[in-house]
Design a protein around this ligand. Structure first.
Ligand SMILES: [Mg+2]
Length: 412
């Protein structure tokens, strides 16, 4: 194997405008600020190969902002990796994974909510190394599980908060598009919530799986009340009904309610996954690689879920580019069937994506891996440059304008 050195690590923040504002119980936004990391490897002959990683830090998920994530990468993670030589004798991707685990352990990535910072850097290094090795990351992940990646997966749709007319229009569109699973954002107002699930069942028919996500909006009693009132509509799962730290309530709800309780905001680290599983605080994990610290951490959480018979739901950040979509898909195809797959709405949400490859789920929500090495996607440098913010996320006023956190936000 050729020996590679980590020659350069660049961190930037990009701003990706949306086609429309996306609203749920914790926030409303019309664009996304994402962190992008570029890692350059160099071999002894001076040849270089680069990799790209992305994450979407959200204050109301992990408590991170683009600013804090960039800081964490530049001050703590990157100095431990820059200039390092990837061990000879093992594959570059295995060597990188080994190095990344050491950096993660040294910085408590598996117990501290700093996953978005780590994710962007981890993906960039793994992408570069897998490209150097000539393999796809989904194959590398699947090999660790002793299997071949699945050919394709089938995404479901997500309905944000909106006016009643918009709700019907979106439901019609999803029906036409052929989504087999639809998740509805709830928690704004109890009458509207029931109207939403009734409308969805009416328009989508009985064969579509309906899920709801309350994004921390309710307490124990409100969750039970919703579940009772929604009984006739066959809701498969209720995601994050209560605030992230109400684990005792999640345990009780998991015991008494028929719909599967899925955790999302409560699950941001590997250690939290262990604790939630040990407490039996849910029957489903929503795993988004950006919040949990990248592919290796996400794989650890999948393993915890499978060991404890907890369903895995592949989650996504609203506003992620094709880089994160491809990385999430790589995790999904590398493992045996998840309960649900979310994301890949890139074309519908983003005015422009960063990747050349179109990662948007097709008819029926079906999607395959793009086929390239590494994460599998490519980005033109000049195209990327158009989205880079000159003063990375330094303008607090811009943040406030973008994120209208409600009173239920975790950090307001
Ligand atoms: Mg959620």
């Amino acid at each position: 194997m050729t020996e590679f050195r980590i020659a350069d690590i660049q961190v930037s923040t990009v701003l990706l405008p949306f086609r429309f504002a996306f609203k749920h119980s914790l926030a409303s936004r019309s664009f996304s600020q994402n962190v992008i990391v570029q890692v350059k490897l160099e071999n002894s002959a001076g040849a270089t190969i680069s990799g790209l990683g992305e994450s979407v830090p959200r204050e109301y998920v992990t408590g991170e902002s683009c600013n804090s994530a960039v800081d964490e990468i530049e001050k703590n993670f990157a100095p431990m990796l820059a200039g390092q030589t990837l061990a000879d004798g093992v594959s570059p991707t295995d060597a990188a994974a080994h190095l990344l685990e050491a950096v993660a352990v040294a910085n408590n990535v598996y117990s501290k909510r700093i996953g978005a910072a780590f994710c962007a850097l981890e993906l960039a290094l793994l992408d570069a190394c897998a490209k150097a090795e000539g393999i796809a990351l989904c194959d590398w992940l699947a090999k660790r599980k002793d299997r071949w990646p699945d050919q394709s997966i089938q995404y479901g749709g997500v309905i944000p908060f909106g006016k009643r007319k918009t709700l019907s229009a979106l439901l019609f569109f999803y029906k036409l598009y052929g989504f087999k699973t639809v998740k509805l954002k709830v928690g704004d107002d109890s009458e509207l919530d029931i109207f939403t699930v009734r409308k969805a069942r009416e328009l989508l028919g009985n064969r579509v799986v309906l899920r709801v996500d309350a994004n921390c909006a309710w307490n124990y009693d409100q969750t039970v009340e919703f579940s009772n009132r929604a009984k006739g509509f066959n809701i498969a799962s209720i995601e994050q009904p209560v605030p992230f730290d109400r684990l005792d309530e999640l345990v009780e709800l998991t015991k008494v309610l028929q719909p599967e309780i899925v955790v999302d905001e409560s699950l941001c680290t590997v250690d939290e996954a262990e604790k939630l599983a040990a407490m039996k605080a849910c029957r489903g994990f929503n795993i988004r690689i950006s919040k949990v610290g990248g592919l290796i951490a996400a794989q650890k959480i999948v393993d915890i879920a499978q060991k404890n018979r907890i369903h895995v739901h592949l989650g996504a950040q609203v506003g992620e580019s094709g880089i994160l979509t491809a990385a999430g898909r790589a995790l999904a195809v590398a493992n045996s069937s998840f309960e649900n797959y979310e994301g890949a709405a890139n074309f519908f949400l983003l005015k422009e994506d960063l990747t050349r490859e179109n990662m948007t789920a097709g008819w029926g929500g079906k999607a395959k891996m793009p086929g390239g090495n590494g994460i599998g996607v490519t980005v033109d440098d000049r195209h990327l440059g158009r989205f880079v913010m000159k003063q990375p996320a330094a303008n607090a006023a811009q943040d406030t304008a973008a994120i209208e956190a409600t009173r239920r936000g975790l950090h307001v």
